[in-house]
Every structure is written in C-alpha cells, then in structure tokens.
Design a protein around this ligand. Sequence first.
Ligand SMILES: [Zn+2]
Length: 395
Amino acid sequence: MKITGDQQLIKKMNKRIVLDTIRKQQPLSRADISSAIGLNKATVSSLVSELIESQLVTEIGPGESSGGRKPTLLLFNRSAGHAIGVDIRVNDLLMILVDLEGNVIQEKTVPLTDCSPENVLNQMRKHITLLGKKAPASPYGIVGMGIGVPGLVDEENKVVSSPNLGWNNISLYDSLSTLFGDNIHIDNEANAGAIGEKLFGAGQDSANLIYLSIGVGIGSGIIVKGELYRGTSNFSGEVGHMTIAEDGPLCRCGNRGCWETLASEKALLDRAAVLWEDSRPNLEEIIIQAKTGHETAIALLEELGSHLGVGLANLINILNPELIVIGSRLSLAGDMLQDAMLRTVESRSLSYHRKKTNVTFAALGIRSTALGAASMPITSFLADPDVTVASSSSL
Ligand SMILES: [Zn+2]
C-alpha cells in the first residue's frame, strides 16, 4: 500500500504526540497512552515500537495489573542524546551540557576579558567541543545547542544589537553551524531564561508569567498561555527601558529615568561607588555587608527593592501575570530587597491585578538562561523523532 504525504504527516504527528505523552506522564503503558490520547491500541503499539527502535523510549518492568497480564511500562530515554546551553554574559560564558530532560551533566564557566565577537566565538568553539567530548556515549550524540545573548536577536538568529557586548549585526549562527550542524538556536537571554524557568524552574505551573533578567541591565521574557510572546520583530520585553522617573538618570539608550538606570545591578554598583568613596564594592560584597548589619548597604538594597517595585507594579497592571520570576545576578540579593520591593508593589499596583500575582526569585538561580537555551534544540529534535543528527559526529 502506498502511503500518501498526508498519511505520513499524520503518522509523524501521532508519533510526536505519543512521545510527548510518554515524556510527560511516564512511566505508563501502551494502554495508558491509548486512553490518554484517544488513538487505538494497535496504532499506539506500532508507534511505540518505532520509538523503542529509535532508542527514544525504553521498556521497564511490569506495572500494576487491573486484572489479566501485567502491562509493560514505558520510559522516555533521556540519555538518548545531549544538548549544550550557552549563556553569554558580559563578564563570562556559562556553558552546560544537559541530557534530553535538562539535567545538567557538565558545567563550565569561562571568564571573558574581551567581549569581541571573535574572542567570544573562539572561546565557544573551544569549550563547546570540550563539553561535547565529555558527553556520555549515546545514540544521537549532541543533538544541538542553544545560546542566550544579552541583546536583540531577530527571527533569523542574528544578533542585531547588544549594547553591553558592543555587538551589532553579528551572525553567530553562520560561524557555529559549519562546525556544529544546523540545530542551533540563538535567542535573547531573558527569553531563554523565561523558557528555562517555565520548563524546569519556578514557572512550571504558570501559563502566564514574566521572567525578569536583572544584571547589568533589565530584560524580560513574557510567556502568554504557555508560549513566549515575541512581538512583531522578535524584540518584545525590553522592560528595562520603561520610564519610571521622568527626569531620572540618563540611560545608555538616550532616554532618561529608564527602569534599569534605577533598579539594575549596574545602578546599584554605580550608587555604591559614590557612597563608599574609598572602594568599589561588587554585588556579592554589598550583600555580605548588608547581612552583617552595614547600614548603608542595607539602605542601598532597600532603595533598589523599592525602585524594582515601581516597575513591577507597572508590569502587573498592564499584563496581569500569574507569576513574575526575578532571575540573573540580582536574584542573589533576593532576601535583602524583597520586603521593600513587595511593599512598593502593594502600594502602587491595582488591587484586582495583584491579587493573583506572585513575585518570586528564579528557582534555577543563574542557570535559567543556559537551561532555557539548551531546551530549544531539544524541543526541535523531539518535534521530529525521525530526525537524523548530522552534528553528533563532529563533536
Ligand atoms: Zn533606556
């Protein structure tokens, strides 16, 4: 019998649904899958056989019987391949190697003294290759990689602008795909962080959430009904340039009083450099001083918490999110600025809007972006379970 294009497409879609069901509800039997998705048992069995053959699914011992023969249970083979996630930050590169369920197998932080695209690419090529070599043997090898960049990334994977790195129109994809294959995803670091927290962290149960990445600047990834909101040009979420003080400090974007001139890590450090006079403490030092009772440090973090709260109140009023997750560097100071931040949110947001909104700090710490980035090639790989991976042999 000749299989038509439509039938092939339907089969592929059904196979994907079966695989998704196993991933989300494992361990479960073929009969469980059949009743969960409404496909008949023969079709499910045939698709499961193909998934077992391709080593994406494995069988484990029998489960509980509801009378009759005990069914064999199925598991997603999370070690069938691995992916790499990269978070390009101003001072360093964070790179992780994960299995297909996002469990971190290896991690490497490389300091960046030179942010030029050439140096960052060289460091990435070198350390991605090293990470790839540390991956346990698996049927599919390295299935791809995802990269979070602090800047604007267009639909074609191109970094249009990254003021903090000093980059304009840089095509990381072209430079990396010749070495590592084409399953490479490049995205804004806050978008990647939002996906990371949604899939693996604080946002797993929230359909509508905002992830705030607060470091040198402030960026956000906005998830609406489980999907990232990208805007018309893929540039959504630049909440750091929301004006919160009409005549406030001059921002690098040319505007005055942007949120990030008052509530980012850079804003905190600039202010500390003035107050401390004799030294330029970093974020970690300010946190330690605040915890040991240093009054200026405590006041500084409270002031920052209050500035954060002003922007949060705006976001809550406009988007009515279920959850706001604060990630990246400033999450390190979470417990020191939380009270002032929540007090400001309470006094400035509309009561009906904030009623169901929770504000929390990233569950994945500083790994939100790297994990979200690593999940992107995995999602593409699993969307087409018949995919053959060209990049695995090159690592
Ligand atoms: Zn600005």
